[in-house]
Design a protein around this ligand. Structure first.
Ligand code: HEC
Ligand code: HEC
Length: 361
């Protein structure tokens, strides 16, 4: 008879543990629901962007951008209050993934930082101007990795995986490798909101579904687009020092000041992983395209295709986190290199600069 109470206690314990888990799940669910219904505090970039696109709730939507550019904006289906909050949160996620500018902290960004390893990684580093880069006259730009243009690209055949990848899956890829993090579920709030925002952009800009726009992707630069002098580490390192290191750091470590990140890292722990398509040794056409079209800021388009390839080659030799396709040994090796290489390189540089030209000769 003594066995009965012991058994009963076990059952009660198991039921209590399950009940606690259930209560926790309910609590999380309620928290998300509250967030879904709460007014959204926009980042400055998103505030001016969404205001300029006249995003307000109503039966109909007319894009001020189209009105200005074409003289007549078609009347489209409008957005509900809930749609608008999703679009706003989506813009915030792209602009400020880890919630540094958010009043409610990271939670206002669906705690998106649980999907990334770095402290400062965010989508806007590569999808500039919250994924909607334009020049001073409001022209969208070729090769600017535009998120509206990516949403309408119905033919999402991806030659790197050989699969049809939806915009949601492409976001997932970027979480994993370009942001060096973890895979959100494709129906996760972080993905759904960024999708709502991308879709809104495409509508506000009058983009047609199934159409391929020049601002989609990064306008790759294959070696056939150059004079085929071969990609050169020394030339790349030289131009990098002259034109890029001032912002991105001598070793691509980026610039962080007490107020936060100023310039993103192109190597090291805060950077994209070795399996990111941005990494020259993973895909050798994409980063050159990004650099030639988008860098240095204010002087975009001044570098020639070979130089962009040279710089990308140089950057690919700097240590960075191993991607998800690499094994644990490679990951451990990269960790060692990321720790050891920066001080070693700094030391080698002090030797070089302390040896004055005549002593070398
Ligand atoms: C290190 C740079 C980098 C970061 C950071 C980054 N991306 Fe990307 N993203 C890319 C590159 C490179 C591509 C592929 C472009 C191509 O194939 O031409 C891409 C493609 C995409 C696409 C598909 C676009 C298309 O037209 O094919 C989506 C959607 C996307 N990223 C969303 C995101 C989101 C959301 C984040 C933040 C969580 C993010 N990206 C962070 C570099 C980045
Ligand atoms: C004036 C400062 C500045 C200079 C100079 C500059 N960059 Fe950038 N770079 C940025 C900023 C800021 C971003 C983030 C995107 C944004 O905010 O527009 C960025 C983003 C990038 C990115 C994508 C971010 C990522 O995570 O991979 C790459 C690659 C890059 N720059 C390469 C270069 C190269 C190569 C040069 C030299 C030819 C260069 N940059 C010169 C400021 C600069």
């Amino acid at each position: 008879m003594a066995a009965l109470p012991a058994r009963l206690i076990k059952i009660v314990l198991v039921v209590a543990a399950l009940g606690a888990l259930y209560a926790l799940a309910l609590h999380k669910q309620a928290e998300r629901q509250r967030l879904r219904e709460a007014a959204v505090e926009l980042t400055p970039e998103c505030k001016s962007k969404l205001e300029a696109y006249g995003l307000v709730a109503g039966e109909h939507y007319r894009s001020p951008y189209l009105q200005k550019v074409t003289g007549a904006a078609p009347v489209a289906a409008g957005y509900s209050e809930a749609d608008i909050r999703a679009i706003q949160r989506g813009c915030n996620i792209i602009d400020d993934l880890q919630g540094y500018l958010a009043k409610g902290g990271a939670s206002e960004r669906w705690n998106a930082n649980r999907f990334v390893r770095g402290t400062y990684t965010t989508c806007v580093h590569c999808h500039q101007s919250a994924g909607d880069k334009q020049d001073a006259e409001g022209n969208r730009l070729r090769g600017s990795n535009h998120l509206g243009a990516s949403w309408v690209m119905a033919d999402m055949y991806d030659r790197f995986t050989g699969m049809i990848l939806s915009q949601e899956l492409r976001q997932m890829q970027c979480y994993i490798n370009s942001s060096n993090g973890f895979k959100p579920n494709s129906a996760d709030d972080v993905i759904r909101d960024a999708t709502a925002y991308s879709r809104f952009l495409s509508g506000a800009l009058g983009m047609k579904i199934g159409h391929r726009y020049p601002e989609q992707g990064l306008e790759e630069i294959p070696s056939s687009a150059t004079q085929r002098r071969g990609d050169d580490y020394v030339r790349g390192a030289h131009v990098y020092r002259e034109q890029c290191a001032g912002c991105h750091g001598q070793q691509g470590q980026g610039l962080v000041l007490p107020g936060g990140l100023i310039y993103p890292a192109l190597a090291g722990r805060e950077s994209f992983s070795s399996d990111s398509r941005m990494n020259f040794s993973a895909v050798n056409t994409i980063m050159p395209g990004f650099i030639c079209r988008n860098m240095p800021p204010g002087r975009e388009g001044t570098l020639d295709p070979q130089t962009c390839r040279d710089i990308s080659y140089y950057l690919s030799t700097l240590p960075r986190p191993a991607g998800d396709l690499k094994g644990p040994l490679s990951a451990a090796w990269q960790q060692v290199m990321m720790t050891v290489m920066p001080p070693l390189t700094r030391y080698a540089e002090t030797l070089q600069t302390s040896a004055s030209p005549h002593t070398v000769r």
